[in-house]
Design a protein around this ligand. Structure first.
Ligand SMILES: [Zn+2]
Length: 301
């Protein structure tokens, strides 16, 4: 009898100890384990992340708790990993807008992947189509998701799209270009946050720059220019930069890329117009933050 009572007591103590252990474990898990921090932007601030994606383009705009992605970089696994890891770091799972500036693979390399793996509400496309597998996969992925609102940029020229307090005015493509020309039909957007204006031109070249000058003139004036076509001398002509007058110029290109981007002519024009130049090949990912008046830059390197 006494032995049975001892065992009962022993079992009871064991049960209590087990419960205490579980409670301690839960406490440690909840309060002591490192957890992923939400990436937070100060209220009233917009951020433009020019992601170091190698030779290509990918720009993330974060504003009022919403995200806009412009281009994805190229289709190689390592390029995709850079994009996906960066979006993960920024806790981005949903895109209010995804803009595919034009059908070259260094801009839409992971477009199908992005459409398949992120919640997207709106997509803005260039009217320029392409026969590449990368482009076809992207369009198929879009067709399989009819809930996404697809916008042809050329049908919305001059119109403003608002994301929270951010205004995105669609400026291009203005004209019709040759059937082999993928660059000039790039979607061109002027993003405005308070008094800060950021001009994003994809790979628009001299012909498109001329059309933009004719159509918008002095209204092209901006604070930050995402330099056209990775700093190629086929873009950023003197007459264009003279109107755009960027205080800051951001060039997205890969280290030692085979095109020699950015070209010396482009750097000379930007320097002549006193733009402060940032480059992803030298500085890694570049983040511009603005409260609508003041602009600050952070670079990875
Ligand atoms: Zn490009």
């Amino acid at each position: 009898m006494a032995r049975r009572s001892k065992r009962k007591t022993y079992n009871a103590i064991k049960a209590v100890l087990s419960i205490v252990c579980v409670i301690i474990a839960l406490f440690v898990y909840k309060f002591c384990m490192p957890k992923e921090q939400d990436y937070e932007i100060p209220e009233g601030t917009a951020e433009f992340h020019f992601i170091d994606i190698g030779q290509g383009d990918a720009t993330l705009i974060m504003v009022d708790g919403k995200n806009i992605l412009i281009d994805t970089g190229d289709r190689a696994d390592e390029d995709r990993a850079k994009l996906v890891n960066y979006l993960k770091k920024m806790n981005v799972t949903e895109l209010e807008y995804f803009v595919a500036t034009h059908p070259d693979s260094d801009h839409i390399g992971s477009a199908a992947y992005v459409v398949e793996n992120y919640k997207i509400n709106n997509v803005i496309l260039s009217p320029k189509e392409h026969t590449s597998k990368t482009y076809e996969n992207f369009i198929t992925a879009l067709e399989e998701r009819p809930s996404i609102n697809v916008i042809n940029a050329q049908e919305k020229l001059g119109e403003c799209i608002n994301v929270g307090e951010l205004e995105m005015k669609i400026l291009g493509p203005v004209g019709e270009y040759g059937s082999d020309d993928n660059n000039n039909p790039s979607v061109v957007i002027m993003a405005r946050w308070g008094n800060t204006k950021v001009l994003l031109t994809g790979d628009a070249e001299e012909e498109a720059e001329l059309d933009l000058r004719t159509e918008y003139g002095a209204a092209l004036d901006c604070d930050i220019l995402k330099v056209g076509h990775h700093g190629s001398s086929s873009s950023s002509k003197n007459a264009f930069i003279k109107l755009v007058k960027p205080e800051y110029a951001v060039i997205s290109c890969g280290v030692d890329n085979k095109y020699g981007h950015p070209h010396k002519e482009t750097l000379d024009v930007l320097e002549f117009h006193k733009a402060k130049i940032y480059r992803t090949d030298l500085q890694g990912t570049i983040v511009a933050s603005t409260d609508g008046e003041n602009i600050t830059f952070k670079t990875e390197k």
